[in-house]
Design a protein around this ligand. Structure first.
Ligand SMILES: NC(=O)c1ccc[n+]([C@@H]2O[C@H](COP(=O)([O-])OP(=O)(O)OC[C@H]3O[C@@H](n4cnc5c(N)ncnc54)[C@H](O)[C@@H]3O)[C@@H](O)[C@H]2O)c1
Length: 416
């Protein structure tokens, strides 16, 4: 029998995870949906043949009933994670929760306590933990292949237009409305660094960041308020015409166009750009999150790590990693092989990713998350979930402490 699930928030991420039910109907069945946007709700009702009385405009209405499925997949926006996670865990639903768990550490703790108190299985969508190449890195480190790890350098290149889309014009542009960009974008990356460091816990952390470019002071003379009427639009790399209309005119209405308009229609898109947030001049938005940030960390025994998040890259989230050990070095370019250079033999071994049919994004990581999570729920084995309550709480804490270090301009000790 397939595990039954209700999607809480049928937006971009909710639809991606639900897709697994189409790919593996023997493993997952979507039996309910809570989503205020009618079009999205109806789309899911139709696609998964959801019964009328199992579709609600808000997750709160699920609380009127006893548990209606085994699993709740919570994919609402950042500031709307805690309430459904805590209350649906209390109803007995196993919880798969989008990252970040919550935007305050205390709320993350509350979520974890609720999952444990109610004895439900719990996982956070740290999809990169399930990325086979990143699991291989952990295995190589654990097997002693590169000796003792001394340093990790990890870069998250956000991508120039992706940053403009999500962090200047979009849902994650303003900390008070969502979260810091370090939490929104790089809770994955600090989680990975922590995962690769294994038992070595972080002792000290510092961080610097800035928002230098997407500010009113950098607005070119003569630039308009909206790209569709801007007289110098063709000179701007961040023009909404290029990011959205260009794609749509080629027939591509997938992300990021799908975020601007839910219908695959050029007129709707043009209207949304003219009147909505995604057509705004990038120098005239109410954004305040960092566009570049570095985090440096020291671990028990002296190992160090740095994370760099930067907006201004050609690459879109294709992370680059170098891990230096006493016997060798691991390098990994997100889409490429994991390479291990051995200092003794002076030879490089390459480990290539397996390919195959799969759903979703993140180069297959979304798919592997679903496979692992659903198998863990079916086996009632929390230990199979790679991003479970304790590890995720700890790596979220690293983000909150890094932000504290940046804001207070000091080194934060994890023992504080
Ligand atoms: N794991 C990853 O790599 C990854 C990638 C992108 C986004 N995210 C995270 O996923 C989450 C969702 O992001 P998204 O891009 O899918 O956002 P989205 O806006 O597309 O989807 C959120 C949905 O929640 C719905 N919603 C609002 N109130 C609700 C309520 N009361 N009950 C039920 N649904 C409600 C909204 O209408 C919307 O459709 C965010 O927290 C985001 O940070 C994670």
């Amino acid at each position: 029998m397939a595990t039954t699930a209700i999607i809480v928030g049928a937006g971009n991420r909710g639809s991606t995870y639900a897709e697994f039910a189409t790919f593996a109907p023997d493993k997952l069945k979507i039996v309910g949906v809570a989503e205020p946007i009618e079009l999205l709700r109806n789309r899911m009702v139709k696609k998964y043949s959801i019964k009328k009385d199992m579709a609600w405009d808000t997750w709160e209405k699920m609380l009127d009933h006893e548990r209606l499925a085994e699993l709740a997949i919570i994919t609402t926006q950042d500031r709307m994670h805690k309430e459904p996670a805590v209350k649906l865990a209390a109803k007995g639903y196993h919880i798969l929760l989008e990252k970040p768990m919550a935007v305050m550490y205390e709320d993350c703790c509350e979520i974890v306590q609720a999952a444990k108190r109610n004895g439900v299985m719990f996982g956070v969508c740290h999809v990169l933990r399930y990325y086979p190449q990143y699991i291989r890195i952990r295995e190589l480190i654990e097997s002693g292949e590169i000796g003792e790890v001394h340093n990790i350098q990890h870069t998250e290149p956000v991508g120039f237009w992706h940053y403009a889309h999500s962090y200047v014009r979009g849902n994650w542009r303003k900390e008070s409305k969502s979260s810091s960009s370090l939490l929104a974008k790089c809770c994955h990356d600090l989680d990975l660094i922590n995962y690769w460091m294994g038992n070595k816990k972080c002792t000290n952390i510092s961080s610097f960041g800035s928002l230098m470019h997407f500010t009113a002071a950098n607005k070119p003379a003569n630039a308009g308020l909206n790209c569709l009427s801007c007289p110098i639009e063709d000179t701007c790399a961040y023009s909404a015409k290029k990011i959205y209309l260009g794609r749509a005119k080629e027939g591509n209405f997938d992300w990021p166009v799908s975020v601007v308009t839910k219908t695959a229609d050029i007129e709707d898109l043009t209207d949304a750009l003219r009147n909505g947030q995604y057509g705004r001049c990038v120098y005239d938005c109410d954004n305040d999150v960092m566009s570049n940030q570095v985090v440096s960390m020291q671990f028990i025994g002296g190992a160090t790590a740095t994370l760099t998040m930067v907006a201004f890259t050609e690459r879109i989230c294709s992370r680059q990693t170098v891990i230096s050990g006493s016997k060798g070095e691991i390098t990994c370019d997100y889409y490429g092989p994991v390479k291990v250079y051995d200092f003794l033999s002076r030879k490089t071994t390459e480990y290539h990713a397996e390919s195959g049919e799969r759903i979703g994004g993140h180069n297959g990581a979304d798919h592997h998350l679903m496979v692992t999570f659903i198998d863990a729920v079916r086996a009632k084995d929390q230990s199979r979930i790679l991003a479970g309550p304790d590890e995720t709480l700890y790596s979220h804490r690293l983000v909150f402490e890094a932000e504290k270090a940046r804001l207070e301009n000091r080194v934060v000790s994890m023992e504080e």
